[in-house]
Design a protein around this ligand. Structure first.
Ligand SMILES: *Cc1c(COP(=O)(O)O)cnc(C)c1O
Length: 464
C-alpha cells in the first residue's frame, strides 16, 4: 500500500488521483492531462495547495464554510463527542443529546413556527425527505392525488435521482432521467430572460406561471412549490422584488405547501439568518445543510412547521437514514451555530461586510466585459457580456467565456466560480474588509486577462 501524504510530489498525487478518484461534476479523463489542484490546508478564508500557493476562497468551499476554515472549537467538540458517543441512531424510540439540542436550537433560530426537525446528511437527502413529507402530508389529509411538486428551471436541489429531478438542471435530467410528478416553471432570471420587460413586471410574470401551472395541472393534483430564496448554483439569481410576494400569495391562495430550499441561503448568507427573512417568504418547510455545520461535518435537515408536523405525526413516517442526526455531526453543527451567534458573525456580516462587499463588487461593473452585477448579503454574481446595453450572449457555447475567466481567477489565486457566463462569489462570512479588497483586485485582474484572451480568440462578439 502506498503511503499518501501531503509531502508527496504534486504530480504523483495528481497521477494517483486521476487514476483512481472519480470527481463530481468533472470530465474525469481530462484530469489525466491536467491534474486537479491539491488542497492541503486552510485557515480563515485562505486555502493552501501542495505547491504552497495561498488561494483566497471566495466560494467558501461549496458555499458552505460560513464560519471560515480552521476553527479549533469544532475539532474539539467532534473529538469529545466521538469519545463519548460516536454513533447511535434515532430510529425505534431512541435519541441522544446532540440531536435533541440541535433540533431545539434550530426551532429557536428559524422564523415562524418551523419547530420540527428531520435530520439527514446532505441537502440532496433533505430534499428527498421533503418529497416524502409533502406527499405523505396530502395522503394523510385524505388527498392522495396531490403529488405534483412545482419547481423552477435552473434550480438546484441536489444530485440524488429524486432531488436532481426536483432541480431544474437539464444536464442532470439528461443523464439520470426524471421521477414522476415534478413540474418546472421558468426562473426569475431577468438578465438572461427578461427581454424588454422591466424587472418588476418580469418578476410578476414568472411568479404567475405558478398559478397557471396549478390551474393547468389541476389544483387537486398540486402538493407543493419549492424554490431557493436566491438561486445559488444557478448563478446567484436574485429575483426581482415582485417575485416572492406573488409566489407566496399564490401558495396561500391554493393552500399548497411552500418549501424554501435554504441550503445556501441559510445561516447568514443573505444578510439574515435565513433567506426567507431576506425575501419575505413564509415557508411550511425549510431545507438546510451546508452552512449548518459550515461544512465541517455532513449534516442537513428538513424543518417543518406546526401544521405539517401535526399531520405527519399521526402516521408512521417510513423514512430515515442510518446517519440521521449523527451525534458527531450534530455536536459540530451546534458548536458552529453557537460561534456564528455568540461572535456576532451573522450580524457583523450583514451590517458591516455586506454593504462593503456590495460597493466593491459593483465597482467591477465598469469593466468592458461585465454587465449586471448583483449582491445580496454575502453572495453575488456578475454577468459577462459582449454588449451591456442589449444584454447579449457571446458568439460561443454558453460557459466558454465564463470558463476562460475562471481559469484566470485560478491562476491569480482566487476561487471564483463560473455558472455559464456568470461569475459568482459566496465567501466565508468571516472575510475581512482587507480580504474583500484583495478579492476585488484579483477578480479585476482575472477579468482583464480573461478579456484579452476572449478578444484574442475572436469571441468578444454578440451571438447573432
Ligand atoms: C448544494 C445544494 C443542495 C444539495 O446539497 P448536497 O449536500 O450537495 O446534497 C440542495 N439545495 C441547494 C440550494 C444547494 O445549494
Amino acid at each position: 500500500m502506498t503511503q499518501i501524504t501531503n509531502h508527496m510530489p504534486t504530480e504523483e498525487l495528481q497521477r494517483l488521483d486521476a487514476a483512481h478518484h472519480m470527481h463530481p461534476f468533472t470530465t474525469n479523463d481530462d484530469l489525466e492531462k491536467k491534474g486537479a489542484r491539491v488542497i492541503t490546508r486552510a485557515k480563515g478564508v485562505t486555502l493552501t495547495d501542495s505547491e504552497g500557493n495561498e488561494i483566497l476562497d471566495a466560494m467558501a468551499g461549496l458555499w458552505c464554510v460560513n464560519i471560515g476554515y480552521g476553527r479549533d472549537e469544532l475539532a474539539e467538540v467532534s473529538s469529545r463527542q466521538m469519545r463519548e458517543l460516536p454513533y447511535y441512531n434515532t430510529f425505534f424510540q431512541t435519541t441522544h443529546v446532540p440531536a435533541i439540542a440541535l433540533a431545539e436550537r434550530l426551532a429557536e433560530l428559524t422564523p415562524y413556527d418551523l419547530n420540527h426537525v428531520f435530520f439527514a446528511n446532505s441537502g440532496s437527502e433533505a430534499n428527498d425527505t421533503n418529497i416524502r413529507i409533502v406527499r405523505t402530508y396530502w395522503q394523510e389529509k385524505g388527498q392522495p392525488e396531490k403529488t405534483v411538486i412545482i419547481s423552477r428551471k435552473n434550480a438546484y436541489h441536489g444530485s440524488s435521482v429524486a432531488s436532481s429531478a426536483l432541480g431544474g438542471m437539464s444536464g442532470m435530467h439528461a443523464q439520470s432521467g426524471m421521477i414522476p410528478d415534478i413540474h418546472h416553471i421558468d426562473q426569475p432570471n431577468w438578465w438572461a430572460e427578461g427581454g424588454d420587460m422591466s424587472p418588476e413586471d418580469f418578476g410578476l410574470e414568472r411568479a404567475q406561471q405558478l398559478e397557471k401551472a396549478i390551474l393547468e395541472l389541476g389544483e387537486h393534483k398540486v402538493a407543493a412549490f419549492i424554490g431557493e430564496p436566491v438561486q445559488g448554483a444557478g448563478g446567484v439569481i436574485i429575483p426581482p422584488s415582485t417575485y416572492w410576494p406573488e409566489i407566496q400569495r399564490i401558495c396561500d391562495k391554493y393552500g399548497i405547501l411552500l418549501i424554501a430550499d435554504e441550503v445556501i441561503c441559510g445561516f447568514g448568507r443573505t444578510g439574515n439568518w435565513f433567506g426567507s427573512q431576506t425575501m419575505g417568504i413564509k415557508p411550511d418547510i425549510m431545507t438546510v445543510a451546508k452552512g449548518l455545520s459550515s461544512g465541517y461535518a455532513p449534516i442537513s435537515a428538513s424543518i417543518v412547521n406546526d401544521k405539517v408536523a401535526a399531520v405527519l405525526g399521526a402516521c408512521e413516517f417510513n423514512h430515515g437514514y442510518t446517519y440521521s442526526g449523527h451525534p458527531v455531526a450534530c455536536a459540530v453543527a451546534l458548536e458552529n451555530l453557537r460561534i456564528l451567534d455568540e461572535e456576532g458573525i451573522v450580524s457583523h456580516a450583514a451590517q458591516e461586510l455586506a454593504p462593503y462587499l456590495k460597493e466593491k463588487f459593483e465597482s467591477l461593473g465598469d469593466h468592458p466585459m461585465v454587465g449586471e452585477v448583483k449582491v445580496v448579503g454575502m453572495m453575488g454574481s456578475l454577468a459577462l457580456t459582449p454588449d451591456k446595453t442589449t444584454r447579449a450572449k457571446f458568439a460561443a457555447d454558453v460557459g466558454t467565456v465564463g470558463f476562460m475567466v475562471r481559469e484566470r481567477c485560478f491562476a491569480n489565486n482566487l476561487i471564483m466560480r463560473h455558472v455559464g457566463d456568470r461569475m459568482v462569489i459566496s465567501p466565508p462570512l468571516v472575510i475581512t474588509k482587507a480580504e474583500i479588497d484583495t478579492l476585488i483586485v484579483r477578480a479585476r485582474k482575472a477579468l482583464d486577462e480573461g478579456y484579452e484572451n476572449v478578444k484574442a480568440a475572436g469571441l468578444f462578439k454578440a451571438m447573432s
